[in-house]
Design a protein around this ligand. Structure first.
Ligand code: UD1
Length: 417
């Protein structure tokens, strides 16, 4: 099994270019199954989640061609199966989008219960509630979710929890349903807007994406489109925190600064300099970081995906900071590993209290999930000595060329094994 060896002590400096957004791309690729016409998706990140999805499409009988390293041509006119294979589906959480897409295309989808990061309980009851409200019958048997509809009918669906996955999945199923679907209490993440823009470019009629009420008028068929995926705000946020934590000086290019406002605001509150210009952010760290309190919330709140990364940074602030995790109740699995590196963190329920400033020391740690893995890289960059991160496949699921990008910024990081 490969491991990442990170040697701490170097402030990061230079420029890093951000890749396409994982959480948009993993929905846009299944969305392409809704049309019989060919589509082209640009600015895809080169990460394992995308490779797994492409393999799933090939298994389903879809023609897929990489025209450039980041541009994928998809022709789903040959799509011939509605059952996805367990071995591939288990690799990524977002395989649940195959349900909405196959249901919209065939009125039928058999998809194994998805894998992905273990962030505590991750039910998909709201997705299912939406499909059932639209007239589908849903059964879960032997780990397989079987969704069948004679005719999908538009309807009003109120989400009991604000869910990115349920919002997108219902949107996918509704695009070719009969009549109008209204999703209330919808999630507002930029990735949802990106998926809606792609669907609308293919001829869908979606209004309100990015607000908490999304209205979808079903259409009989979709056409062809070319779409460029938005930049990954979580990858960008990761490099912002890496720059701040190492007291570095980094320009982060190819971003949409508006999507990064919650992170920019917290870094400034801590005393970091963040300059914003067009599609670039410039972060300069400080040796006098101040403690702050962070509460994770759905967009535009502070992203739960940045929580473990922010926690590493807060170990470098002088004083006590409090993080409240409001989105995933089990998302503190990284804390024990950070404590082994010398961090002083106390967890009580959904709250973590971080006492800084702590000199971290390198240690062997296990990447407990994708973002926690990235957090351990940053911890390694500021720790004394060497940090060896195992189970790094989690990291490669979501970060393109992470070693190359960090090395170019002056980090000492290499994969062994
Ligand atoms: C997506 C992101 C993930 C991010 C999360 C929250 C993708 C592929 N993944 O995950 O990176 O951390 O949004 O921003 O885009 N819930 C239910 N029932 C449901 C669905 C969700 O109770 O049917 C709960 C979840 O357990 C969680 C909360 O709602 O507590 C939010 O989850 P959701 O927004 O659905 O997360 P994902 O779509 O899985």
């Amino acid at each position: 099994m490969p491991r990442l060896h990170v040697t701490g002590g170097n402030p990061l400096g230079g420029t890093v270019k951000i890749s396409g957004a994982k959480n948009a791309a993993v929905a846009i690729i299944p969305a392409a199954l809704l049309t019989e016409a060919p589509v082209r998706i640009e600015n895809l990140p080169d990460i394992q989640d995308i490779q797994a999805l492409v393999e799933i499409l090939q298994y389903l009988g879809v023609k897929v061609v990489w025209e450039t390293p980041t541009t994928l041509f998809i022709d789903a006119s040959t799509l011939s199966k509605w059952q996805a294979p367990y071995e591939l589906v288990k690799k990524l959480r977002a395989s649940y989008y195959l349900i909405g897409a196959l249901l919209g295309r065939f009125g039928r989808a058999y998809v194994p219960v998805p894998g992905g990061c273990d962030l505590g309980p991750r039910p998909i009851d709201q997705h299912i509630k939406g499909f059932v409200a639209m007239g589908a019958n849903v059964e879960v048997e032997h780990g397989l979710i079987k969704v069948v509809a004679n005719k999908l009918m538009g309807t009003e669906i109120y989400l009991d929890v604000v869910s990115v996955g349920a919002t997108i999945n219902i949107m996918l199923a509704a695009v070719r349903a009969s009549g109008k679907t209204i999703i209330e209490n919808a999630a507002k993440e930029p990735e949802i807007v990106d998926v809606a823009n792609f669907l609308n470019a293919m001829g869908a009629k979606i209004r309100g994406a990015g607000t908490d009420v999304i209205k979808i008028t079903g259409v009989q068929e979709l056409g062809s489109a070319t779409h460029c995926v938005i930049p990954d705000r979580i990858e960008a946020g990761t490099y912002m925190i890496a720059a701040a934590a190492t007291m570095g000086n980094v320009a982060i290019q190819g971003v949409i600064p508006k999507h990064l406002e919650p992170i920019t605001a917290k870094l400034r509150e801590m005393g970091m300099a963040v300059d914003v210009a067009d599609d670039q952010l410039h972060v300069v760290g400080t040796s006098n970081a101040q403690p702050v309190d962070i509460k994770t919330f759905p967009y535009p709140g502070f992203p739960t995906d940045m929580q473990s990364l922010a926690m590493v940074l807060l170990t470098q602030a002088t004083g006590s900071s409090v993080i409240t995790e409001n989105v995933f109740e089990g998302r503190f699995k990284h804390v024990d590993e950070l404590k082994r590196m010398g961090a002083r963190i106390k967890v009580e329920g959904r709250t973590a209290i971080i006492d800084g400033r702590t000199r971290l020391s390198g240690a062997p740690v296990k990447a407990t999930d994708l973002r926690a893995g990235a957090a351990f890289i940053i911890a390694g960059l500021i720790a004394e000595g060497e940090t060896v991160i195992s189970e790094v496949d989690h990291i490669y699921r979501g970060y393109e060329n992470v070693c190359e990008k960090l090395t170019a910024l002056g980090a000492v990081i290499k994969q062994i094994g």
